[in-house]
Design a protein around this ligand. Structure first.
Ligand code: PRT
Ligand code: ZN
Length: 286
């Protein structure tokens, strides 16, 4: 069997859907086998292992998997010998300190001598040392948010995304220890073939991610306004300009960044652009 790049992804949970979607958007089709532990691709030299997220760093360190997709929070907590190849832009969250909603809080000295419940003892310990605070870390394996309510701890450190879990448990966020998102990790020394497959994969991931943030824009412009309109459009190089059947008018095509999008549209309309169409881009190869 030809060499395949072995990737570990979460078998279920918050990163599962986005991890598989990323592979799909990269044009990698996976066999829908009954085997839920692993599968492979027919059209890309890749084998996929489905694992618990906490185990992924160890599997990659041990080279059982060559690469993996996991939250940066897990990598930083576990301290394994793996390197981060690429941030992936999904699974975004923050690791935060939370205390009872009615407690008064001015700064992190509040935590001095307190009991903190968390599933992230390493990151909490590092944070406390940086801030010169002595506190007791109480490691628990889940449902951290209930610890203050049952008298197990004075504060917690946990992952937060919308904040609703904290809110529902009468807690409020007072410090952010780190921001995290899903990352692609790799074994530090891959074989030549695996390295080449990884580079292909990274090229595709970057093209897909770039396209997600970019839109293709088409508009009609009166020729006397073309220079002004073109100046508003950054594009990859310069915009494409095609004559319309109607004399004195041109069609202008370009790409715009999602972040600048509304501002540019308003300016384009102000400059006389008409019939503006905005369409998603599937892949963007630079
Ligand atoms: O079974 P397995 O061990 O694989 O999964 P798991 O239960 O350990 O992990 P999972 O699926 O919950 O999370 C996987 C990864 O998703 C984490 O390591 C983070 O990198 C990322 N992520 C993003 C989150 C969240 N957002 C998140 N909100 N992980 C957990 N949460 C939890 C948090 O612990 C808290 O209980 O969601 C709750 C808070 O959410 P909000 O929206 O109420 O603030
Ligand atoms: Zn887990």
């Amino acid at each position: 069997m030809p060499t395949r790049l072995k990737i570990a992804v979460q078998k279920s949970g918050r990163l599962y859907d986005d991890s598989l979607k990323l592979l799909k958007d990269c044009g990698i089709d996976l066999k829908n086998g009954i085997n839920k532990l692993k599968t492979e691709s027919d059209n890309f030299p890749m084998e996929v292992f489905f694992l618990r997220d906490d185990d992924i760093p160890q599997y990659v360190e041990d080279a059982v998997a060559d690469i993996g997709i996991v939250g940066e929070n897990v990598i930083l907590e576990k301290n394994k010998k793996v390197s981060i190849s690429e941030k992936l832009g999904f699974g975004k969250c923050r690791l935060s300190v939370a205390i009872g909603r009615n407690e008064s809080y001015t700064d992190c000295r509040y935590l001095q001598g307190k009991k903190i419940a968390t599933t992230y003892p390493v990151l909490v310990d590092r944070f406390l040392k940086e801030k010169n605070i002595r506190a007791e870390i109480h490691e628990i394996s889940g449902s951290v948010e209930i610890a203050p309510g049952i008298g197990l701890a004075d504060a917690i450190v946990d992952l937060v995304s919308s904040g609703s879990t904290l809110f529902m448990n009468g807690l409020r966020e007072v410090e952010t220890i780190l921001h995290s998102e899903a990352v692609l990790i790799r074994h530090p020394s891959l074989g030549n073939v695996q390295q080449q497959i990884l580079e292909k994969l990274l090229f595709r991931i970057r093209s897909v991610r770039k396209a997600r943030h970019t839109k293709y824009i088409l508009l009609n412009a009166p020729n006397e306004k073309l220079n002004e309109i073109i100046a508003l459009l950054p594009g990859m190089k310069s915009p494409t300009v095609l004559p319309l059947a109607e004399p004195g008018w041109s069609s202008v095509h370009s790409v715009v960044n999602e972040n600048d999008f509304w501002e540019i549209i308003e300016k384009l309309k102000g400059a006389g652009a008409q019939g503006i169409l905005v369409v998603p881009i599937e892949k963007m190869i630079l």
